[in-house]
Design a protein around this ligand. Structure first.
Ligand code: PMP
Length: 350
């Protein structure tokens, strides 16, 4: 290891994002991006920016937060904006998690343990039960903060809102963060609980259901006090986390709800068709409320399938980790892309 690195950097194991290969054109079903382009209004708005770029962007993202407040039915001061929801999640660590234990599932978004190590937060993993289910009993009356993705990743499984509410009620003195990166694909958002539970922080992103992974915009939605906590961290780190283009682009996206609803519905429909197609090919597919499915073939090794699909120009995500190393996480593409996946899988399993 490099002698110039701090002990922390020597020891940390950074998060590894899904591949963005340049060697050839793949059908990309490995990073849960949206197969449809963003609303055309996003680019139109970005093109209007012009020489405003000589100025620093609005550090408070006021116009965007106003539009977001309208969309979410919240007050502007209940909204925090960050450079992707990853950044918003990262800010939660110094803001809320530092001096207590943090609880999250053993199988979940793999950035959580990385942030924990980066910020020196002690964490405890709770095992999923049954067929990859979060057992809420593991999160009741805890002596620490709670971080849960809903739907969970990479399983796609969704926890009903009454279950989330139970966790909130039984942890009045702990911050409970619900990461809703995938909630628009069939789940209900816990954002409607924000006014009743001052300990709830909901995190959303424009990367998935709004087709804007490249713009990097994420939100935290919660009580004004929690939002203030995030602002204290942000303003001690970087005043301008969101550039001017991202701010106007994101605002334009949130103003085009018709487009959002259309693409979201298409993905949900394609997901249901894909579940049927894979089940016919003897895959066990978990019940997903996300824009991906998590599937395991009854007899063929997942890594083998992953490699053969790659040879055929189709990228999916394989995690070489205990408990999930026989599963593939497959993002939902267009109908045409999923049809090609089915054909390729049929050739492989036969
Ligand atoms: N949460 C979960 C569960 C995710 O899978 C992702 C995407 N990798 C994110 C948050 C972060 O997404 P983004 O930073 O693009 O908003």
């Amino acid at each position: 290891m490099n002698r110039f690195f701090s002990k922390l950097v020597q020891e940390i194991e950074p998060y590894v994002p899904g591949e963005q290969p340049k060697d050839k054109k793949y059908i990309k079903l490995n990073t849960n991006e949206n197969p449809y382009p963003p609303s055309p209004k996003v680019l139109e708005a970005i093109k209007q920016v012009n020489d405003d770029l000589k100025l620093y962007p609005d550090p408070e993202c006021s116009a965007l937060r106003e539009t977001a407040a309208e969309y979410y039915g919240l007050k502007k001061d209940q909204i925090f904006v960050g450079n992707g929801s990853d950044e918003v999640l990262a800010f939660c660590f110094p803001a809320f998690f530092m001096d207590k234990k943090l609880f999250f599932p053993d199988i979940t978004y793999s950035f959580y343990p990385v942030y924990s190590k980066l910020f020196g937060v002690e964490y405890e993993n709770k095992s999923l039960k049954g067929h990859f289910d979060i057992d809420i009993k593991d999160y009741l009356n805890r002596d620490g903060s709670i971080l849960l993705p809903n739907p969970n990743a990479p399983t796609g499984k969704y926890l009903e809102l009454d279950r989330i509410e139970e966790i909130l009620k039984k942890n009045p003195n702990n911050v409970v963060v619900i990461d809703e990166a995938y909630v628009d694909f069939g789940g209900l958002s816990s954002v409607k609980l924000v006014d009743r539970y001052p300990n709830l922080l909901v995190i959303q992103t424009l990367s998935k259901s709004w087709s804007l992974a490249g713009l990097r915009v994420g939100f935290a939605l919660g009580n004004e006090v929690l939002i203030d906590g995030l602002n204290r961290v942000k303003n001690s780190f970087n005043s301008y986390t969101l550039d001017a283009l991202a701010q106007v682009g994101a605002k334009a996206a949130l103003e085009d709800i018709t487009y959002f609803n259309e693409t979201k519905s298409k993905i949900i429909k394609t997901r249901e068709q894909s579940v049927k197609a894979l089940s016919k090919l003897c895959f066990d597919v978990l019940d997903s409320k996300a824009n991906f499915i998590f599937a395991s073939h009854k007899t063929i090794d997942a890594k083998d399938i992953f490699e053969k699909l790659k040879e055929k120009g189709i990228l999916v995500r394989y995690f070489n980790k205990p408990k999930i190393n026989q599963y593939l996480r497959i993002s939902i593409g267009t109908d045409e892309e999923m049809e090609k996946l089915s054909i390729a899988l049929k050739e492989i399993v036969e």
